[in-house]
Ligand binder design. Structure first.
Ligand SMILES: NC(=O)c1ccc[n+]([C@@H]2O[C@H](COP(=O)([O-])OP(=O)(O)OC[C@H]3O[C@@H](n4cnc5c(N)ncnc54)[C@H](OP(=O)(O)O)[C@@H]3O)[C@@H](O)[C@H]2O)c1
Length: 237
């Protein structure tokens, strides 16, 4: 049991989250808490769990809902016990604003995107910090985007999404600053073919996710508070 590592991922019904669960399940010493807001509809995830012989636990979790998060913590605590959570991956995210521009932004969309992409990862951090602190690896990965880098920004498009990911990057920095004993990073997974990334994205989802896992598994304490891409390159904020 000593080499067991426990991973918790949000937003695993499809896309990057589902692929993370799939690739992690290939390592026998990993236990995956695969959270999603609607487990009964997450058929691909259920198929993975059925094949994983008890190493994938599906837990209902809507990251924007306080009650759902609290209920998930109780359920996850019963699963992980004193081991805690080695890797907490805040992956759930949306881009409801499409390629909105500052002047065309629907402010209710901006608010909704912030609720999921910024407030929710902060809520997950607060709720799960005690379980992360119990673990050996004490690692938190906030799935961000190069679109959230001001240095790499691409002009007046994708305003709601980009603004939310820039704020998420600051949250990563603040979590690191508050807890230097954790390893907390922002991760750009690459432009991947998912519902969010679209069919003409640069890379297949398995390629980006394999890169993300390579980078996360080789993180060192000095990497905390930084922003990396799926190839391990440090990105500017
Ligand atoms: N794909 C890319 O090119 C790309 C690039 C850079 C960054 N990212 C980031 O990577 C992450 C995953 O993106 P993706 O491409 O996999 O997107 P996706 O295919 O659209 O999947 C999004 C996932 O987030 C979940 N989700 C959304 N709102 C949620 C909520 N309130 N509670 C729980 N789960 C929720 C969805 O669940 P439902 O099925 O229930 O809706 C789904 O599982 C996001 O943070 C995104 O910003 C993606």
């Amino acid at each position: 049991m000593s080499d067991t590592q426990i991973w918790l991922i949000t937003g695993t019904s499809r896309g990057i989250g589902l692929e993370l669960v799939k690739q992690l399940a290939a390592t026998p010493s990993y236990v995956v808490i695969a959270t999603c807001r609607n487990p009964t509809k997450a058929l691909a995830l259920k198929e993975l769990a059925d094949a994983a012989k008890g190493r994938i636990h599906i837990v209902a979790l809507d990251v924007t809902d306080d009650k759902s998060v609290k209920e998930s913590v109780a359920q996850v605590t019963a699963i992980v016990g004193s081991h805690g959570i080695d890797y907490l991956v805040s992956n759930a995210g949306i881009n409801d604003g499409g390629d909105d521009r500052p002047s065309l932004m629907d402010l209710s969309v901006l608010q909704h995107v912030f609720d999921t992409n910024v407030v929710a990862p902060a809520r997950i951090y607060q709720a799960y910090l005690p379980l992360v602190m119990k673990s050996t690896k004490k690692t938190i990965v906030n799935v961000s985007s190069a679109l959230g880098s001001i240095t790499l920004a691409r002009g007046p498009i994708y305003t709601s999404y980009s603004t939310s990911k820039a704020a998420l990057n600051m949250l990563t920095y603040k979590e690191h600053a508050e807890h230097p004993d954790l390893t907390v990073i922002s991760m750009q997974p690459g432009h991947l073919k998912t519902d969010l990334g679209g069919p003409s994205a640069q890379l297949d989802v398995d390629v980006g996710v394999a890169g993300v896992l390579n980078v996360v598994k080789s993180l060192k304490p000095d990497d905390s508070g930084k922003f990396f891409d799926y190839q391990g390159k440090e990105l500017p904020w």
